[in-house]
Design a protein. Structure first.
Length: 315
């Protein structure tokens, strides 16, 4: 099967491309000019970006399946324009370029599902996005992008939305997703706050995306996460410390105090990052487990592999 992947040179994208090549798909990547393909092999490459309509059409030509992973991750308000340009307008561009009848897997995020009100709660695919989350740039841009994808599905396109949890595991060369691990171990995180993330292994999500493409129904969302990966910041850093054998002294601050601390010491962590982290981004993968047979490895295994990978590929 001829398959297009946008964002195929990123953290999740590389794991997905490896899995697709193993399944003998003919894989084509849309790759920005100058991007190093690294160890990726056995793929066709079209150079261009999401703003290049001609490159997108050439990349999508003849493809029966499209995985749209390309996006920008940032929680900072100053990046709102580029977030919207890539995560929203870029999605429109991809959908416009795909040939009729192709199956499109739009890779969103649990950030687009929205946080829950308390740590014992879990958001599912029908969760109502809280109005206060609209002020969080990344979550709002991912929600807007997937809304475009779902609207296209409502008009007959074969589009399904995947909502991965927050990615850990080996292969995050630029430390965009796994930075809390390296920051904690390096002693750069001096405080924590109420809140937590739904952590999941990127390798498991890559397998899950293929299952979504093969079995999910058009117009649906599917959360790809780990129930055991719903960890408060205190639980997460305790797990990192236990596996690494290296505990760092941190102070747990109330949310407003944590934001104030970030304003006073932005070189440790950005205030906008604290604002995003100070929520309960907890979800249930029950639908993916039930309908797709989705499974994940333990958070301990994922954290151990993340730590080992960071030690091997210091940046």
């Amino acid at each position: 099967m001829k398959t297009l992947v946008t964002g195929g040179t990123g953290f999740l994208g590389r794991h997905l491309v490896d899995a697709l090549v193993r399944e003998a798909d003919a894989v084509r990547l849309l790759v920005r000019p100058g991007t190093d393909l690294g160890r990726l092999a056995d793929v066709d490459v079209v150079r261009g970006d999401l703003a290049d309509a001609d490159a997108l059409r050439r990349a999508a030509s003849g493809c029966e399946r499209v995985y749209h992973l390309a996006g920008v991750v940032s929680h900072r308000r100053r990046d709102r324009r580029v977030l919207d340009a890539v995560n929203v307008t870029g999605t429109q561009q991809v959908l416009a370029a795909v040939e009729p009848g192709a199956r499109i897997v739009h890779v969103s995020s649990v950030a687009a599902i929205g946080p829950v009100a308390a740590p014992h709660e879990r958001a599912d695919e029908a969760h109502v996005f809280p109005p206060e989350a609209e002020s969080l740039p990344y979550a709002a841009s991912k929600r807007a992008g997937e809304r475009i994808a779902l609207e296209r599905a409502a008009h007959g396109a074969d589009v399904v939305v995947a909502n991965p949890g927050f990615l850990l595991g080996p292969g995050d060369v630029h430390r965009v997703s796994t930075w809390p691990v390296s920051a904690y171990l390096a002693g750069r995180l001096r405080f924590t706050t109420a809140g937590g993330l739904a952590f999941v292994d990127a390798r498991d999500v890559a397998r899950g995306l293929i299952a979504v493409a093969n079995r999910a129904h058009a117009g649906e969302r599917v959360i790809l996460a780990s129930e055991a990966g719903n960890l408060t910041w205190e639980e997460f850093f305790a797990l990192v410390a236990r596996i690494a054998g290296r505990r760092r002294l941190t102070v747990n601050l109330p949310r407003n105090a944590a934001r104030t601390a970030a304003h006073l010491a932005p070189w440790l962590v950005a205030p906008d990052d604290v604002s995003a982290a100070a929520h309960w981004w907890f979800v249930t993968p029950a639908k993916a487990v039930r309908e797709l047979g989705f499974t994940t490895r333990s958070p301990a295994e994922t954290v151990a592999d993340t730590i080992e990978d960071h030690a091997r590929t210091r940046v």
